[in-house]
Design a binder for this molecule. Structure first.
Ligand SMILES: *Cc1c(COP(=O)(O)O)cnc(C)c1O
Length: 442
């Protein structure tokens, strides 16, 4: 059994040996870590008995709350059979069932599933497969990737090359491959008077102009469909995806849809691509795939891409090898997650939860410090008028005092709650956020 150390002791021990992600460790000299003992539904409980509403689903991974009884039971059951077996030369029921179900749900005919553990690795796999495919087809000069301005695709070197978030990228720039980031359809960048749709069409024209010139060198366009998460929940009109699909097909460039954050109902449809009725050549999924329980990611692709690798020669195969590919426990968690989706008509329930949140969000939307209030499915965001460089850190701490986990991206506050959030919890969230905004002085 684990010993539950006291709150301050655990904070101290963590700072001595755990290097925390996305964190300047020195700041913890002043700001304490929060030791979490347990979770239930949307709530996280710390070791002193305080609770916090997990309004950002633990970095966007959790779908149905913490300690969901059915997902817990599925993992326990799997534990008694096989926890993990290498997927080269072996297979198992959970990975086969999951692949079959994902193929049925995904847009288009993405019938081949390649698994990894994290989102960044899924992006690496999609990039490698796309490049390798063109090599196998004799288009050896197709070795460039393009992505959208402000896109985020993970932080391993290949994924970081197609990411356009300065704070993550700049330090490592000498290690990265050159990548063109075409103009973003995010409507906050629209010319005055332009609608989100007009802006999406306009930026799609710029994509076309780029590919008309460079398509012979470009293997793939990778993008975050509908919502650019890490830049601060930038949202755009689905017509951009329709145009991007047409343009990529016309110029023989793969379209990689990175639905790592937006897949599994986040944007209101099962996949964001569904809102544009398009299918990518590669679909990357992670985060919510296992309900957020265990690290699991997948790249889904078409039969024509799969067939290019299918050959007598070993060297023509996709030899990417990852120890934990298709982990059985993670696949069982994913299957239990899909069961909940099917049985509980989650997309419909979410639509009414979203309508309720919007109906009571007027004081936020109209708050003098708030601009660009926006919403897509189960994601809400707004930008706060502030010149305070410490805004995000202050907001996080104030949020905790009001029992809610807010972790702004720059000056953007966003909600991405677990789908099990109740109306009462939605009210708590709005009230706590208003209280935080009203406490902040500038
Ligand atoms: C989180 C995220 C990734 C990276 O996933 P990890 O599991 O953190 O490596 C990639 N793309 C998008 C759009 C993401 O939101």
């Amino acid at each position: 059994m684990l010993n539950h150390a006291s709150f301050p002791a655990l904070q101290q021990r963590s700072l001595q040996t755990v290097w925390h992600p996305c964190t300047q460790m020195k700041q913890h000299e002043t700001y304490p870590l929060v030791p979490i003992r347990s979770g239930k539904g949307v709530w996280l409980h710390d070791t002193e008995g305080k609770r916090y509403l997990d309004a950002i689903s633990s970095w966007w991974v959790n779908l149905f709350g913490h300690a969901h009884p059915e997902i817990n039971a599925a993992i326990r059951d799997q534990l008694d059979n096989i926890e993990h077996v290498m997927l080269a030369g072996f297979t198992h029921e959970p990975v086969v069932s999951l692949s079959e179900r994902l193929t049925k749900m995904a847009p288009g005919s993405l019938g081949h599933c390649f698994y990894a553990s994290d989102g960044a690795s899924a992006v690496e796999i999609a990039l490698k497969m796309s490049f390798h495919y063109w090599q196998l087809c004799g288009h050896v000069q197709k070795n460039q990737f393009i992505s959208l301005q402000n896109d985020y695709h993970g932080e391993t070197l290949g994924a970081l090359s197609v990411t356009d978030i300065a704070i993550f990228r700049e330090t490592y720039a000498p290690l990265l491959r050159p990548c063109t980031h075409v103009p973003t359809p995010d409507w906050r960048y629209a010319q005055p008077g332009d609608t989100p749709e007009a802006h999406a069409l306009h930026t799609a024209e710029m994509l076309e102009a780029y590919l008309a010139k460079h398509h012979t060198q470009v293997a793939a366009l990778i993008l975050e469909p509908l919502v650019q998460g890490a830049t601060g929940m930038g949202m755009y009109h689905p017509v951009y995806l329709q145009r991007a699909r047409e343009i990529c097909s016309r110029y023989h460039v793969h379209l990689i849809a990175d639905e790592i954050a937006v897949g599994f109902g986040r944007t209101g449809t099962m996949f964001a691509c569904d809102q544009a009725s398009i299918a990518p050549d590669f679909l990357c999924l992670a985060k919510g795939l296992s309900g957020g329980y265990l690290p699991l990611s997948v790249v889904m692709t078409t039969d024509s891409i799969f067939q290019a690798f299918y050959h007598d020669k070993t060297a023509r195969a996709f030899l990417h090898s990852h120890s934990h590919t298709g982990n059985a426990l993670a696949c069982r968690a994913a299957l239990a997650t899909l069961d909940i989706f099917e049985r509980d008509r989650v997309l419909e329930t979410n639509a009414s939860k979203a309508a309720y949140l919007n109906s009571i969000a007027t004081p936020l939307r109209d708050h003098p410090k708030v601009e660009n209030f926006r919403h897509c499915g189960m994601i809400w965001a707004f930008d706060v008028k502030t010149g305070d460089h410490e805004f995000a850190a202050k907001c996080f701490r104030l949020g905790l005092q009001h029992q809610v986990v807010l972790r702004p991206l720059g000056r953007t506050i966003y909600f991405m709650p677990p789908y099990v959030i109740s109306d009462e919890e939605i009210r708590l969230l709005i009230d706590a956020t208003l209280a935080v905004l009203n406490t902040m002085t500038d």
